[in-house]
Ligand binder design. Sequence first.
Ligand code: ADP
Ligand code: 5GP
Length: 203
Amino acid sequence: MKGSLFIISSPSGGGKGTLIRRALAELDNLRYSVSYTTRKMREGEADGVEYHFVSVGEFEELMADGDLLEYALVHGNYYGTSKSQIETATAEGFDVILEIDVQGAKIVRRKREEAINIFILPPSFEVLAERLKNRRTETEDQLAIRLENARQEVMFYSSCDYIIVNDDLETAVTDLKSIVRAERVRRNRQMDTLRDILTTFES
Ligand code: ADP
Ligand code: 5GP
């Protein structure tokens, strides 16, 4: 059975990175789609782990050769999802998480209608601003851009299948893991197993 695609988006600083890291560490059979980006590597990041870090020229080549399922200019940098990477992983039966911005999520949901859309919502704009500031990964200017963009990004909640309010961290992690697990027990995702079981009931 092919794996599912989980599209997880939130305004920057909403907590999707934190929640996804926990879900990946605590659930089996789940893979992370490593995007390409032209953003500079942050301290503690490694090429090929958080992202494939590329130059603008290299990104333009990727745009031309067609392996990007989607790409977007986010807060001044390019980000894009590798189509071949997620196709290989889902074909092998892994569920795959796409951690992408709202523009990218809108594109993927059109191209992959079966994908599950999850939106991470911070408890308020003030809490989002506080968390993003405390993360200390952006300059003042970058922070201001991200917060301004959040005012529009937040409206994407209305077209998502699931909303996680990321207030208490443990509750939010449990919510994300519960969504992945619930999707796995859908009837149409268990047809092979069900057929085997039902065969044993035949007289
Ligand atoms: P995103 O990946 O959406 O940009 P992060 O996962 O980096 O967001 O989270 C933004 C900041 O908020 C990080 O410093 C993270 O440690 C912190 N954070 C995330 N979730 C919570 C939470 N539930 N309570 C308190 N702080 C949180
Ligand atoms: P950051 O620079 O904080 O790692 O990411 C900035 C934003 O870009 C986040 O909202 C993140 O989810 C988004 N992003 C990461 N990878 C991709 C991608 O492949 N495509 C799109 N559209 N957005 C992405």
